[in-house]
Design a protein. Structure first.
Length: 266
């Protein structure tokens, strides 16, 4: 009985990591449908943590969201910029980042994401499309010159090609936002990595990924990153209604013995 109650507790705790929005500057308090999200943010329109206005601002070079200047080393090529727009859409709109939400000590957000396993293809294509773009910094979260109200390169930091600042795709994904992403060896469609790009007509693949990592985080915190616990999969296949009935069967005397030895004795 204690084991079953512990299991039910784990299932309840898992729910707090699923279908949630982080406590940050522009996020909604709860995810929900949006009638229309702008262009690259549109895959999340059925269930989003962003508003339509936020999705539109995510596509602008001069946006009120964070006053961040993509063109701090000249005009960023469109094929590169589209990845940063998609990255912004994922961050602002996705309700599937709960397993990686952490407390943040920041004036503009109370929570952040950390070590989100980004699918290798998404990371590698991001690097490939940006390899010739220019930047002056490895970590874009801090260290900018904000004297003009927008980020400018700090004094003494020359503009260089991405391929020099970030020699490998892993360097780009893991360093540019202070460890928000982790380069995953898993491929798109594996159910073990978050996709920055997906076709909404095929459903949101990140829902299943969040469920897997939420369960593993609660039930087996020391388990390997990419190992699928078969017993956990079997338990997930049981509906909660069945789990709630199991104590009735396991207690001495079954349902007839519930009486005074039931909830009152716990």
């Amino acid at each position: 009985l204690l084991s079953l109650l512990s299991l039910l507790s784990l299932l309840a705790a898992e729910d707090t990591l699923l279908n949630v929005c982080m406590d940050a500057k522009h996020h909604k308090s709860q995810p929900g449908p949006e009638g229309q999200l702008y262009e690259q943010c549109s895959p999340w329109k059925d269930n989003a943590c962003c508003t339509a206005n936020t999705s539109s601002e995510a596509h602008k070079d001069q946006s009120y969201l964070y006053n961040f200047n993509w063109n701090h080393c000249g005009v960023m090529p469109p094929q590169c910029k589209r990845h940063f727009i998609q990255d912004t859409c994922l961050y602002e709109c996705s309700p599937n980042l709960g397993p990686w939400i952490e407390q943040a000590d920041s004036s503009w957000r109370r929570e952040r994401i950390l070590n989100v396993p980004l699918c290798r293809e998404d990371c590698e294509q991001w690097w490939e499309d940006c390899r010739d773009a220019l930047t002056c910094k490895e970590n874009w979260h801090k260290g900018w010159n904000w004297a003009t109200g927008r980020n400018r390169c700090p004094w003494g930091s020359p503009c260089r090609p991405f391929r020099q600042v970030f020699p490998r795709p892993r360097d780009l994904c893991e360093k540019i936002w202070s460890g928000s992403f982790r380069y995953s060896p898993e491929r798109r469609g594996s159910g073990r990595c978050i996709q920055m790009w997906f076709d909404p007509a095929q459903g949101n693949p990140n829902v299943a990924v969040a469920k897997f990592y939420a369960w593993r985080k609660r039930s087996s915190p020391g388990q390997g990153q990419d190992e699928a616990p078969e017993r956990d999969q079997a338990v997930r296949a049981l509906p909660c209604s069945v789990l709630l009935l199991l104590p009735l069967v396991l207690l001495p005397g079954g349902p007839q013995g519930w009486g005074s030895q039931g909830w009152g004795s716990l």
